[in-house]
Design a protein around this ligand. Sequence first.
Ligand SMILES: Nc1nc2c(c(=O)[nH]1)N[C@H]1C(S)=C(S)[C@@H](COP(=O)(O)OP(=O)(O)OC[C@H]3O[C@@H](n4cnc5c(=O)[nH]c(N)nc54)[C@H](O)[C@@H]3O)O[C@H]1N2
Ligand SMILES: Nc1nc2c(c(=O)[nH]1)N[C@H]1C(S)=C(S)[C@@H](COP(=O)(O)OP(=O)(O)OC[C@H]3O[C@@H](n4cnc5c(=O)[nH]c(N)nc54)[C@H](O)[C@@H]3O)O[C@H]1N2
Ligand SMILES: [Mo]
Length: 777
Amino acid sequence: MTDTTDRPEATGRPDRFAFDEDDVVVTHEKSYAAGVPAVLVSLRRGVEQMGPVRTARTFFRLNQRHGFDCPGCAWPETPGHRKHAEFCENGAKAVAEEATTRTVTPEFFAQHSVAELLGRTEFWLGQQGRLTHPMVLLPGATHYEPIGWDAAFALIAGELRALGSPDEAVFYTSGRTSNEAAFVYQLMIRAFGTNNLPDCSNMCHESSGSALVETIGIGKGSVSVPDLENADLIVIAGQNPGTNHPRMLSTLEKAKANGARVIAINPLPEAGLLRFKDPQKVHGVVGDGVAIADEFLQIRIGGDQALFQGLGRLLLEAEDAAPGTVLDREFIDRHTAGFEECAAHLRRVDLGTVVAATGLTLEQIRATADALIGSEKTIICWAMGLTQQTHGVATIQDAVNLLLLQGMIGKPGAGVCPVRGHSNVQGDRTMGIWEKMPEAFLAALDAEFGIRSPRTHGLDAVDSIRAMRDGTASVFVGMGGNFVSATPDTETTEAALRHCALTVQVSTKLNRSHLVTGRAALILPSLGRTDKDVQNGRKQQVTVEDSMSMVHLSRGGLTPASEQLRSEVSIVCGIAQALFGPGHAVPWAAFTADYDRIRDSIARVIPGFADFNRRVRGPDGFGLPHPPRDERRFDTETGKANFTVNELSWVPVPAGRLILQTMRSHDQYNTTIYGLDDRYRGVKGGRRVLFINEFDITALGYAAGDRVDLVSEWQTPDGSVEERRAEDFRLVPYPTPQGNVAAYYPETNPLIPLDHVAKKSNTPVSKAVTIRLERRG
Ligand SMILES: Nc1nc2c(c(=O)[nH]1)N[C@H]1C(S)=C(S)[C@@H](COP(=O)(O)OP(=O)(O)OC[C@H]3O[C@@H](n4cnc5c(=O)[nH]c(N)nc54)[C@H](O)[C@@H]3O)O[C@H]1N2
Ligand SMILES: Nc1nc2c(c(=O)[nH]1)N[C@H]1C(S)=C(S)[C@@H](COP(=O)(O)OP(=O)(O)OC[C@H]3O[C@@H](n4cnc5c(=O)[nH]c(N)nc54)[C@H](O)[C@@H]3O)O[C@H]1N2
Ligand SMILES: [Mo]
């Protein structure tokens, strides 16, 4: 394999490439991440949003033992080693965004009509600051106006009670919600009588959960930070850690210092994967930094399943050639089911097909197989590049097959590592935020509170949109997040929400979901992670679970943006009290007054949380049980880890068309736009860009910098083709595989058809949309 750490040079692109017509400037993409510029950007963003004193206080408490959990990503802190500055540039931006001293007050809403605000970008909306007061948009009104908390709760309760069935309401959750708030939220929803609990996971790692539950019996990753630090081989597929999980790079750097090899699988040569300068270390501040990836496999979009199957075949052949040297026969015999069928299937994989599907050479694929064969401890990490594919579940199951062949689950330094997104998305799921929680959970919940949870499965995100579109759901409640912008098929989704009687958003910042509303709408402003939360005269703390199943405390210290703000827990309990009236089976008032009471109930309902209040107060909190990791126990239907046989799929590029992946820039958090620069990809001052191979630019008759509309083409089951359009993008020549292009989310969400979803997980396929280009007039 070739060393591609200097890839940008190899593409022969000009060193600096500036468009002259507007302010998008494209410079050379960076081959390293972090370093001094990252530190400077962090501090600048902090001071801009909150002034120097609050910046210093806030950054000092970030991810500290007595501080708050970073609202950025779900990457864990290194146990026992919390450094003074355990944060990264993008964590700092997430914090600055929340801890800003700018405010959106009732006067702001009096000045700006909803119609006017709808004309603004997400970037502008987010920049206005923290929401300060509960606001209502009455039927027919043009402006939001203030409303008291009790009146807001009564309005929600009234609309919910007026529904023909509890299933006509949907309750969304985004992954920043604490364990305590998530637990009381799902409790209220189930006591009300529905399992309609769509969440951001449905658009995120749902494919990982589906794949892992079926194969290893639990939908969570099986490795810890020390496992990564001690691995021989780390495969990172479909993930851009330099931007989205920057603290992971420090872990990888340590792993490499301990001798690990890293293989990156990605259509794009992402900066963080190629080189990394740790800003917290002297050698990171001077010099070139370390190359994180030893090998870079520039795969075609959607080619990963073919690669994993091809590697499976090569492992089996190597075992045939030298029996007893490649497979872990003892592990396979004792702990797995389905080996023979899977092996027979893998042996039939055609390597020519693998080469065509992946765009890699046979040499690269063979060298990767050799790397696997030479490793005693392999970890596969992945994120959205694998999950948001039609065949995402199958792809991840084929990755699991590879690990099972070599016995790489349930031993130190080896395992599966789905790298989660939102800081508490994993915890929310543990707390019951899911439309199809298992019977054991529901029964325990019912026993604790004397309620009867419904047993029929509820709606996920895509099905909720369908229900609102079709009029079978008409109340929407969002616990955080930005449903309108995060979901696919923007036009359809907006029409669906406008179809509702009431839309309610519990939020910290203004976003588009406050502006695309039902007949009536509420904005309920909540405390964020960084804010001090005092109930009943006592400071409260909440808990979160990171990507590696560690549960720990988070306590904000900042003075909230207004005295009107309420915690998510108190908002949920307020709605519940209005909905159920006095004397309800659940002690809602006591829950708000003391979050320890909620944790006591969690301890009784959810396995692994025994003695929750005491254990979580230990220095680093505690880890949840993970049977495959802890004792090679697999709670699947067979009682073993399951090999699976997955039909091979990939994503060919139709003639004259392109396959679009929609991804994050270095300057955003999902739908929250921090700024208009993507430093690592060399773009400045604009987001409407299409990263495209130079060859495709020429072949399609364009020149770099041309403006185009993106038109997606979706073949419906009846054979007709639906078109969707996103206007005015600049062509930016970029080292992406031919036929594969990339642009930012959420600007491209209007292109993604609602029905374009992953098999089994129902996750929108945000990483493979067929488009064509149209020149702008
Ligand atoms: N700063 C910051 N941090 C974040 C977020 C944020 O927006 N900003 N979001 C958070 C959330 S919710 C999440 S889920 C995570 C997301 O973290 P990522 O999954 O890293 O996010 P994306 O930007 O979607 O990047 C997907 C990566 O997959 C690659 N890719 C696309 N298609 C394919 C494919 O077919 N095969 C392979 N092998 N690779 C492919 C893309 O080139 C890109 O590098 O980050 C979390 N952390
Ligand atoms: N095309 C495309 N679409 C995608 C993706 C993609 O890669 N491509 N990625 C998908 C993924 S992985 C995800 S996770 C989803 C994200 O979907 P969401 O989680 O719904 O979106 P966010 O942008 O993270 O939500 C931001 C809003 O959350 C609110 N907020 C922030 N902090 C708090 C808090 O502490 N409490 C409360 N109550 N509110 C808060 C703020 O008002 C802010 O405006 O998007 C998905 N959509
Ligand atoms: Mo996510």
